[in-house]
Design a protein around this ligand. Structure first.
Ligand code: ADP
Length: 160
């Protein structure tokens, strides 16, 4: 069985992430969305909230599961017997960082490939940070995120 891991902060999940998930699941037997702890990124949502929003955003979970993990991605990938790590690429901006991570991970775990899916052109400009910024100032984010995320962001930024 070919299992691929899609790791990320997902703070929160956007339609860009979902597009990658929907396309990747057609290429592998099983897709594991792995939500990283990553306190360095100072996430708005807790790990549990991020996992829950992803669970809620994917209706057909036949070949998909969602977990959180701490520690080295390659250790987690080996534990899960993953054949590959999946990442999305938007613009050249992503490339250098992703290239470095892919090479380091290959050094640490030569049997696990990193594969990239190019974003859908309509999501090139989309990331979690920009969505949070729009939501913080009460902008409409309904075309960027699934309904559960829109609702949770409204709750987070509700005026007191
Ligand atoms: P990380 O902190 O690991 O970069 P993110 O949640 O920001 O976590 O992103 C997880 C993965 O999803 C990354 O590979 C990122 O490039 C990809 N990604 C994020 N937004 C998009 C998008 N709009 N289109 C395609 N891929 C995306």
């Amino acid at each position: 069985m070919k299992l691929v891991i899609y790791p990320g902060t997902f703070d929160p999940i956007t339609n860009g992430h979902l597009d990658i998930i929907q396309r990747a699941v057609l290429m592998f037997d099983y897709l594991l969305v792995a939500v990283t702890d990553n306190p360095a990124k100072n996430p708005l949502f807790s790990l549990a909230e991020r996992v829950l929003m992803i669970q809620n955003s994917i209706s057909d979970k036949k070949n998909i599961s969602i977990e959180s993990f701490r520690g080295l991605l390659v250790d987690y990938a080996m534990e899960k017997k993953a054949c590959a790590i999946l990442r999305g690429l938007r613009a050249t901006l992503d490339f250098e960082y992703e290239f470095q991570m892919a090479l380091i991970n290959r050094k640490l775990a030569p049997d696990i490939a990193t594969i990239f899916l190019m974003t859908h052109e309509k999501y090139t400009y989309l990331n979690s940070t920009i969505v949070k910024e729009i939501a913080r100032f009460g902008g409409n984010i309904s075309c960027f995120v699934p309904p559960i995320v829109e609702q949770k962001l409204k709750e987070k930024f509700k005026p007191i």
